[in-house]
Design a protein around this ligand. Structure first.
Ligand code: AHM
Ligand code: MG
Length: 337
């Protein structure tokens, strides 16, 4: 039997990659792993116990019910509060960022931006969902409260990013800027185990993922790209396969492993795009680039977009490098035509 490497062991080994590391990032990644296991437990129980109701409803014991995305948000916040490495967070669930005001957290060096449970409209139909996270070093002085400036950093400043997919198995995939590694949760021992070392995204692929219902509301250049995807590839005599789960982490994860492109463009009804720059686009762009892929808004590299507000949205093209480049060239050709 080959040797099992758990996520905690792996994170400890990798600390050596950072010569001046104090161990705080290591502890923070461990907090994320613990919170992920808690969320995993609740996601798995979702069909069995009364935790699926809308927030504000009562459960069978007469207690207030919470939606799973709120439960996930709290699980991560509690893990960061007890870890003490994080001075504040921003999440898709909260209107404003949260600055932790206890002494230990005020001395934390990091902020975390996250989407606690993306694709949550898929929960009650048993489709894969995910958590997405992004870690930055704070800009404000250590010892004080976190500020909005700590949160509004460009994606290039990310220290680490990753996601957890709650699918047919649960996986945690992350990068600290030195490649991408994936860990599968072994429920029998309750540990994430290294299952996908050094993930590389194929340079090209045969799958495209977008909500084609929106096609008539998009940039006309995108119609050309989708038409290109639907035409027979001279090599295989087949068109690309359309694969859209409608759950970003699941679509991204498949494309990361098999090659493909995920597109959520700006549309007539989502004029700024649908996905959030800070909680969804930046962390997955970091992972994509670390694996050799590409992420843009159709024109510009995602990681270089200067964020102006917490819940900012943007168009999103992410996946295999050659496929994203081809889609971008279709947009450009239409503008120039
Ligand atoms: P959410 O953050 O409200 O869950 O929305 C994000 C989700 C993505 O997971 C998914 O890819 C996309 O929205 C689906 O949108 P649509 O239903 O418009 O195709
Ligand atoms: Mg989301």
């Amino acid at each position: 039997m080959s040797q099992i490497i758990t996520l905690s062991e792996f994170i400890m080994q990798r600390q050596k990659d950072f010569p001046y590391a104090t161990g705080e990032l290591t502890s923070l990644l461990n907090d994320i792993s613990i919170a992920s296991k808690i969320v995993n437990r609740d996601v798995n129980r979702a069909g069995l116990v009364d935790i699926l109701g809308a927030k504000g409803e009562k459960n069978i014991q007469g207690e207030d019910q919470q939606k799973l995305d709120v439960i996930a948000d709290e699980a991560f916040i509690n893990a960061f509060l007890s870890g003490g490495e994080v001075c504040g967070i921003a999440s898709e669930e909260n209107d404003d960022f949260v600055a932790f005001d206890n002494e230990q957290s005020k001395n934390g060096k990091y902020v975390v931006l996250f989407d606690p449970l993306d694709g949550s409209s898929n929960i009650d139909v048993n489709v894969s969902i995910g958590t997405i996270f992004s870690i930055y070093r704070r800009k404000s002085p250590v010892g004080g409260l976190a500020t909005k400036e700590d949160m509004l950093q460009k994606g290039t400043e990310q220290v680490a990013a990753g996601y957890v997919i709650f699918g047919s198995s649960t996986m945690l995939v992350y990068s600290t800027g030195k490649g991408v590694n994936g860990f599968t949760l072994d429920p029998s021992i309750g540990e994430f185990c290294l299952s996908h070392p050094n993930i590389k995204m194929p340079e090209t692929g045969r799958m495209y993922s977008m909500n084609e219902g929106n096609l008539d509301r998009c940039d006309p250049g995108l119609k050309d790209y989708v038409q290109y995807c639907r035409e027979d590839d001279p090599a295989t005599k087949r068109p690309y396969s359309g694969r859209y789960i409608g759950s970003l982490v699941a679509d991204f994860h498949r494309n990361l492993l098999k090659g493909g492109i995920y597109i959520y463009p700006t549309t007539d009804n989502w004029k700024e795009g649908r996905l959030r720059l800070l909680y969804e686009c930046n962390p997955l762009a970091f992972i994509a680039e670390q694996a050799g892929g590409l992420a843009t808004d159709g024109h510009q590299r995602i990681l270089e977009i200067e964020p102006k507000e917490l819940h900012q949205r943007c168009g999103y093209f992410v996946g295999s490098k050659q496929m994203v480049e081809k889609a971008m060239s279709c947009l450009k050709d239409k503008v120039e035509a």
